[in-house]
Design a protein around this ligand. Structure first.
Ligand SMILES: [Zn+2]
Length: 81
């Protein structure tokens, strides 16, 4: 039995009728906009794999990379008005 939580647990019913826990690698989730929750156009990779990428491939080179482009525009319009 694995106690570690670094892997995701899946309860699987075998053909023999037993309920067994299978352990699978956790998959990284999408980067999402902090305001509306839309998926951002970022690589869906783990932190370890992201380290190998250049900075320009991890976030856009514009202000507020944690927001989607629509929310960033709205933010600036509200600030100017
Ligand atoms: Zn957004």
């Amino acid at each position: 039995m694995t106690i570690s939580r670094s892997k995701k647990r899946h309860k699987v019913k075998t053909p023999g009728g037993r309920n067994v826990t299978h352990y699978k690698k956790k998959r990284p989730s999408y980067a999402r906009c902090k305001n509306c929750g839309a998926k951002l156009n970022r690589p869906k990779l783990s932190v370890k794999q992201l380290k190998k990428l250049p900075k320009t491939k991890k976030r856009p080179e514009r202000p507020f990379p944690e927001l989607c482009s629509g929310c960033m525009r709205k933010y600036f319009k509200n600030k100017v008005r």
